[in-house]
Design a binder for this molecule. Structure first.
Ligand code: ZN
Ligand code: ZN
Length: 340
């Protein structure tokens, strides 16, 4: 089969490798669609290191079960989205439903072990999540990262009806956080790095926002206060993760507001504690999402409440073009590889 694999020299190559076969408790998925994500750039840049190289890239895939190992109940032919976090199902965190931070299983498909940018993927059966009728596999693939992350961040943010929520960064995740927050009853403001992205956010539920100018985040907190009668926002979803963007987030919150840290770069958060002590700012951190969040995101998509703007579809050969476009920050919505 063909697979897009990152090698130790950090070059992504399309390799011909043997297709895997499912062991006990595993399913073989014929991958139909795989989302291309900003996190892939972190892997290409060596910030996230697979162990070992080479590794098939891709943590956002959906397809059809083609074969199953012993003890599997999922039928051949089932349409499934691949939950990319491996989890044990038995530890304290898993029993609490927090499969994203399982105590026993550090592995994540497409991060440190073979992922879904390939014709086939073998996964544990418990990572195959049924895709409801009416949800296409391209949408399902994107929900396995951006969609479930948006669900998880929104759930953990403590958002309440009537709150004002700011979504910083209208990329693949941001446009889904906008929808999830709007669906949860918030007035949503977006921070975008282009007028087109702000329009995209508005067409998915944002009511207003800020387009970053030459000065970047310098005036963002003031502008957001301007949009909230000086009060500030209840929730700031931080999907960008630079020093400047995080500071702007903390400074644009209302008293008792929640700073939701989801996106990151190689930059640090540097702030004097008095800035978050005096307003009693609450910090919330979210990493990916639970298996149940993915199930919920798929159900919301089936109900029409979450839509994925697919900016472009590529064959596997187009993966380099897709990643280049992502790096140039020129993508409106999400890019998907169509692999079957
Ligand atoms: Zn992703
Ligand atoms: Zn566990």
């Amino acid at each position: 089969m063909r697979a897009a694999r990152i090698h130790e020299d950090l070059v992504l190559r399309l390799d011909d490798i043997e297709a895997p076969s499912p062991g006990p408790g595993e399913v073989l998925v014929r991958v139909h669609a795989a989302g291309v994500c900003g996190t892939d750039l972190h892997i290409l840049d060596g910030m996230i290191k697979p162990d070992p190289y080479p590794m098939t890239l891709g943590h956002e895939a959906a397809g059809v079960v083609e074969a199953v190992g012993d003890g599997v109940r999922t039928p051949v032919g089932a349409r499934v989205a691949i939950y990319n976090k491996i989890f044990c199902g038995r530890c304290e965190q898993c029993l609490k439903g927090r499969t994203n931070i399982c105590d026993n299983e550090p592995d994540q498909l497409g991060f440190n072990r073979d992922g879904g940018d390939a014709e086939y993927a073998v996964i544990p059966e418990q990572n195959a999540v049924a895709v409801p009728d009416g949800v296409d596999l391209a949408t399902a693939s994107v929900l396995t990262c951006a969609g479930m992350t948006a669900m998880h961040a929104t759930n953990l943010s403590g958002l309440r009806l009537g709150d004002t929520a700011v979504v910083d960064g209208i990329g693949g995740v941001g446009v889904l956080v906008v929808q999830a927050a709007a669906h949860a009853g918030a007035r949503v403001l977006a921070i975008a790095d282009s007028a087109e992205k702000l329009e995209l956010a508005k067409s998915h539920g944002a009511s207003a926002g800020v387009v970053l100018g030459e000065k970047g985040y310098e005036s963002v907190a003031d502008e957001l206060r301007g949009l909230t009668d000086g009060r500030g926002a209840d929730v700031f979803f931080e999907l960008v993760g630079t020093t400047a963007s995080m500071l702007a987030g903390i400074r644009s919150l209302a008293k008792g507001g929640r700073f939701v840290s989801t996106g990151y770069t190689d930059q640090s958060l540097e702030v004097h504690p008095i800035e978050f002590i005096l307003p009693e700012t609450i910090f919330v951190s979210t990493v990916a999402a639970t298996r149940l969040d993915l199930q919920d995101a798929l159900a919301l998509a089936a109900a029409g409440a979450l839509t994925v703007p697919v900016a472009a579809s590529y064959p596997m050969d187009g993966i380099h073009d897709a990643l280049d476009a992502l790096r140039a920050r020129s993508v409106l919505g999400r890019q998907v590889l169509e692999l079957a």
